[in-house]
Design a protein around this ligand. Sequence first.
Ligand code: SF4
Ligand code: SF4
Length: 217
Amino acid sequence: MIRSITQQKSEEEILRLLEGLGRVFIIGCGTCVTLTHTGGEPEVEAMKERLSDKGKLITGGVVLPVACDNLTGDALSKYGQQIAQADVLFIMTCAFGVQTVARQLKKLVVPALDTLFIGKETALGQFDEICLQCGACILGETGGICPVTSCHKGLVNGPCGGTNNGKCEIDSAKDCAWTLIYNRLKDLGTLDAMRRFQQPRNHQGEPKPGKLVISAS
Ligand code: SF4
Ligand code: SF4
């Protein structure tokens, strides 16, 4: 399952963001941040204690089943009084959840987490980025292995020349993505794909904000 991978902000940053905000309502989420142990039930309870120790008054807290859901506003409505008493909603979800709450409630929001990437759990407790949503997918020519996210330099034409016994020159503990691609293409009998020149990635291709409109016809 694809996850939004997060890590908790430092205590120093959290206290700076909450400066002057004495009453806090905390929101966690039961999906991605529960899996990464950054915003599930135990983390929300621990945060309540940490902030209380720093002199904050916790007006309440909840772990929503899916914070980025369109029904988040409805789910929070039953905590209306506790939310009204708070100066701020301190949100222990990924940025999708924070923005969902901000769009649905007229209330100051502060994120407790940094959202790092969209990833997948590839081993117990290990999360790897799998797609940067670069807008020019070349998985069809790399044997299904994404070089943009798995090569340290994000090279779409590799390897870089620093490959050492199948390991990356930047991090010798990590497999070289382009060696993996080479071996995969060799296994598939499509090694010729390595000779194909990929156009350099266009970092300015998509104007912001990104938007896709699907016509009804
Ligand atoms: S090349 Fe990689 S980053 Fe780009 S769309 Fe495909 S999987 Fe995603
Ligand atoms: S050694 Fe391999 S993974 Fe590392 S930067 Fe070079 S091509 Fe990318």
